[in-house]
Design a protein around this ligand. Structure first.
Ligand code: SF4
Length: 524
């Protein structure tokens, strides 16, 4: 029998997959299992890790990790699940394959190859986070050396929370030369904004209007200053600074439930790049795949009962988008998962932390070591595909077609929605690193003190937040970081994310979760 040595520890190197910064770190094991994380001085993040990366040990060893297939909350063995799936793929035109997060590029190629061999035509993305629209900017990897000689950095969003390890590089750059100028665009006052030379605090969802105005583009019947809340002289001055800067960069990150039109944001960033020559550097949670089909097309097919089954590879769909299931009532869902949920049919898979392969980061492709053992019943995606049919090979991945955008029309639509007609409070999402997956702290609701007085709410009260999709109780934090008429929450858990409204994009047929009208009542 093996003798337990309480002092013996092993450190296994890993790559943090929780954002595109791609930090190296170590997972510490002792004879009882996972003990914690270790900061690796020689790694890309120089011995530092953000709260999300530090949560890796909690995630790997979480009591809700899934290790056997589940059918509506009940354990089934792999052979039974395999028989069921084999029968389903026998009718390939009635099944769609979808893909979200926690899938490596190698696994995605295998999925596409499998579909080709079996005759499954519909492959769509179920990664509905707005940062999916920033992925095209990742085609050219970024290097921190590109910050040398940069005089102006425009930041869209909050990288200090989104990819927290970027903060040191941004702060070091800012302090390295008094003339270096940091301009932050956001609708919420954040830590990143607090460090800016100029904080352009825009009205909710109006970022594309400001970005296009900074690119010196003008559109009929749209008063940018009125819509965005940014003074026309400030827009003119910063647009000139962008044009005149010898070297500049644009960092961009987008939060769930924060924008009405992420497609237009991506287009506006591309136009600002064209205007200024400044490179757009995105920080994303995951470099999403596009599929061969648009998600809205799958929904139409499902409504006509042409698609009866859906097999999702990833970790978000459908659990983190519960409201969307109203469009899939007649579809039988199978989904890979790292966590236990009581709905649908679940297939346990390893976390990216436990996989061998690669991951796309802001700095290019990085390797996943596969050093860490997944739970015993978890099957890698490639093993699941092999279990259903072997000899399919990998396939070149194709993408759904990209339509030409009518920017003027989209701006008009945005202008109509960005200024609310009713006095209802709007809920927006934000990214807070220490709220990751709700592992450290539950989500709280940020509210402006004036709204709190009107609603009879005091600091730390618990309130019920209700949208047309459901209701969640949250503790309130009073702060002027959010504007009046707006409440913000870190949308990390399915319950909170399930409050948000969603829309199908008319041009791209993708899905976007938008700022959402809510009712807020104090709990007794
Ligand atoms: S910055 Fe990103 S990659 Fe680095 S530890 Fe945090 S979540 Fe992980």
């Amino acid at each position: 029998m093996k003798k337990i040595d309480p002092n013996a520890v092993t450190v296994k190197k890993a790559l943090c997959p929780f954002c595109s910064y791609g930090c190296d770190f170590g997972v510490v094991f002792d004879d009882f299992g996972i003990k914690g994380v270790e900061y690796i001085k020689t790694g890309s993040s120089e011995g530092r890790l953000c709260p999300r990366g530090s949560a890796a040990a909690i995630y790997l060893d979480h009591p809700r990790r899934l290790s056997t297939p589940l059918k509506k909350g009940k354990f089934v063995d792999w052979s039974k699940m395999s028989k069921e799936l084999s029968k389903i793929i026998g009718s390939p035109k009635s099944i769609a394959f979808t893909v979200d997060r926690n899938v490596t590029p190698e696994e995605y190629s295998a999925i596409v190859g499998f579909c080709k061999k079996i005759g499954i035509d519909d492959i769509a993305s179920t990664y509905f986070e707005p940062d999916a629209h920033l992925v095209p900017f990742m085609a050219e990897p970024f290097s921190m050396t590109e910050m040398e000689g940069t005089q102006l950095v425009i930041v869209l969003g909050d990288p200090f929370n989104y990819a927290p390890m970027s903060s040191r590089a941004i702060i070091d750059w800012k302090l390295s030369n008094k003339k270096n100028r940091l301009v932050v665009i956001d609708s919420v006052n954040t830590h990143t904004a607090g460090f800016a030379d100029r904080f352009l605090r825009v009205n909710i969802g109006t970022e594309p209007l400001l970005l296009l105005a900074l690119a010196n583009e003008e559109y009929k019947d749209i008063d940018v200053a009125e819509m965005t809340g940014i003074d026309a002289s400030a827009i003119k001055e910063i647009s000139s600074a962008i044009r005149d800067a010898a070297k500049g960069l644009i960092f961009a990150c987008l939060s769930f439930g924060r924008t009405y039109d992420p497609v237009l944001i991506a287009e506006s960033l591309a136009r600002l790049h064209e205007f200024s020559g400044m490179k757009v550097v995105p920080f994303v949670e995951f470099a999403a795949y596009y599929g061969t089909q648009n998600f809205a097309t799958l929904v139409e097919k499902a409504k006509k009962k042409k698609i009866k089954y859906l097999l999702n590879f990833g970790e978000l769909f459908p659990f983190h988008y519960p409201q969307i299931m109203t469009d899939f009532k007649a579809v039988n869902i199978y989904a890979t998962s790292t966590f236990k949920y009581n709905d649908h049919n679940l297939l346990p898979v390893p976390l990216a932390l436990e996989k061998k392969g690669s991951v796309i980061t802001t700095f290019g492709k990085k390797k996943l070591s596969g050093n860490i053992e997944p739970p015993s019943g978890a099957k890698p995606i490639v093993d699941i595909l092999n279990m259903l049919s072997s000899g399919y090979g990998e396939a070149k991945t194709t993408t759904a077609s990209k339509p030409k955008l009518d920017v003027q029309n989209r701006l008009r639509n945005l202008a109509e929605r960005a200024i609310p007609r009713r006095k209802n409070i709007r809920l927006i999402g934000e990214e807070i690193a220490y709220n990751f997956m709700g592992f450290f702290e539950p989500e709280t609701l940020k509210m402006h003190p004036v709204d709190a007085v009107e609603l009879g709410i005091t600091a730390h009260d618990t309130v019920s937040v209700s949208s047309r999709h459901g209701s969640v109780d949250l503790a309130v934090k009073l702060t002027r970081d959010v504007g009046k008429g707006v409440v913000a929450v870190a949308a990390e858990t399915p319950a909170v994310r399930g409050l948000f409204d969603y829309e199908y994009d008319n041009d791209t047929k993708g899905v976007n979760f938008i700022p959402t009208e809510v009712k807020i009542c104090r709990k007794e």
